[in-house]
Design a protein around this ligand. Sequence first.
Ligand code: FAD
Ligand code: N01
Length: 538
Amino acid sequence: MTETAPPTAPVVDLLCVGAGFSGLYAAYKAAEKGWTFAGFELAPDVGGTWFWNTYPGARCDVESIYYSYSFSQELLQEWTWSERFAPQAEILSYINHVADRFDLRRHFSFNTKVTSATWLPDERLWEVTLDSGETRRGRHLLAASGGLSTPKDFDVPGLENFTGTTVSTSRWNIPLSDLAGKRVAVIGTGSSAVQCIPLIAEVAEHLTVFQRTPNYVFPARNAPLSADYVDEIKRNYAAIREECRHSLGGIPDRIPDAAAFDVSDEERRERYERAYVRSGFNGVGGEFSDLLTDERANETAAEFVREKIRQIVHDPKTAAVLEPRFHPLGAKRSCFGTDYYETFNRPNVSVVSLRDEPIDTMTGDSIVTEGGSYEVDAIVLAIGFDAFTGPLFALNVSTPEAGRLQDAWSDGVRTYLGVMAAGFPNFFMIGGPQSPALASNVVVTIEQAVDWIADLIGHAKVVGADVIEPTAEAQDDWVKITEDTVNQTLYAVADSWYRGSNVAGKPATFLGYVGGVGKYRRMCTELAKRGYPGIELD
Ligand code: FAD
Ligand code: N01
């Protein structure tokens, strides 16, 4: 459905970019409050991440029963997840169901890209320009544009020479059968690659995985959900979701009762074995209290995973290449796969270590590394995203005084609570950089952000203010809190998209708040109760 706005389109309360989990909940909230809302979505339909990422094997790695909205008890009761980790198509069906159930599509213009957003100080309004050239105006601007929605540039040398099939996981547009009987290369070994590699291996004549940094990959242990289990969850859904809201990562906490060296070597090993069977974010990486703060402790868990790889992978040379050695466990996002390491036992699968032989260039039919030449018919790029700032900078958000957001952030991201930015009045980010989104069940972070922003806008209306803007001091304090928090952890020592190091030239800022969604919620709620100190209302 495409809404064409006439030039005289009315000023709305909320302009919103994006129709994924964030934008849809924002539209729901606006309708609940009786506020006018105009949303714009580049894609032809709702879904965001789950519309775009249709590669084979794509599914969530936060359990479905938590990775979904909690704002409606009726919705929780009427939707039934089929698997522990829902596949992409099921999550997309769910999002479509939500859009229909709450009549949210009517608030959005699809196939519509926002190309710029400019603050008009005299009118105290935002004006967005669309790719059609039309403009729309609104009192507040919501960036619901996603943290992982802008694919990273194809920064692989010589790709333009390659004449075979090229497909990226984040914009997958071919049936898997197109790769059947082909010599396929997958470049990258992050979460997307870990999910698609086993399925591509099943159809390809030969699959060569080009790995730069080996990851810690755990068995997802996906399974159908039994009717009894679903009934039990549904009976307790309200309480379970409340627990998620006050947790560390947006899933029920499993608080470790010991540090890694509080227990004997034997007990530690047994506990890792049990955690490995349990899997998930409360698995091996969450077994002891100091795994994300103490390198020696972390190394015990890392070595446990390396041992597993050596047990699973038959060829010792292949196992050695796959063993993660370049960052602590959990410092980059751990991956969850099905038969990932087992796939490297197949006779038609091999791995090339790009640390030993970087890619030099490509020819029409080969990837040429410093160690050799690999003939392939198809290349799958699983190289990730320009996280958080990619989509935000593409919005070209600007004010006459502060200039463009990308200029204000040229030395690194600076936000207030990951929600607002000093110098950019009435501009709000949902699941933005320096919010807990990066290290959480993102839907929990999104719901909290939308609720808090709506309360703040409601408060401003009550006190008769049109303009909401954080002070530079409050923003400095928040940036310091995010830095101090991450610097106490091993997240600080790894190169990853978490800190922008996957994109050439991107300033290094850790892009999340890792103190936990529960603690963050308490801080935000307290600030609201105190009348929003740190935010100027005019
Ligand atoms: P998105 O879903 O990214 O939606 C943003 C939308 O904004 C997109 O549709 C985009 O087209 C649109 N948009 C952006 N810029 C513009 C513009 N200029 N004009 C118009 N439209 C624009 N998180 C978890 O917590 N658990 C998981 O298991 C999990 N799995 C993931 C798996 C994959 C493959 C990926 C890529 C991410 C995963 N995530 C996961 C993170 C996921 O992105 C979030 O959970 C969540 O879907 C984000 O929702 P959103 O609405 O904020 O952003
Ligand atoms: O991307 P990534 P992703 N040449 O950035 C390599 C979520 N997600 O799409 O580590 C060669 O993690 C790069 O190597 P290195 C989740 O939050 C969740 O897989 O930079 N290689 C790395 O191996 C996740 O963290 C799920 O050395 C290049 C890989 O490509 C986030 O999305 C599923 C390269 C990129 O890994 C991103 O995941 C999918 C180059 N030029 C995604 N550039 C779930 O399971 C990059 N690489 C729920």
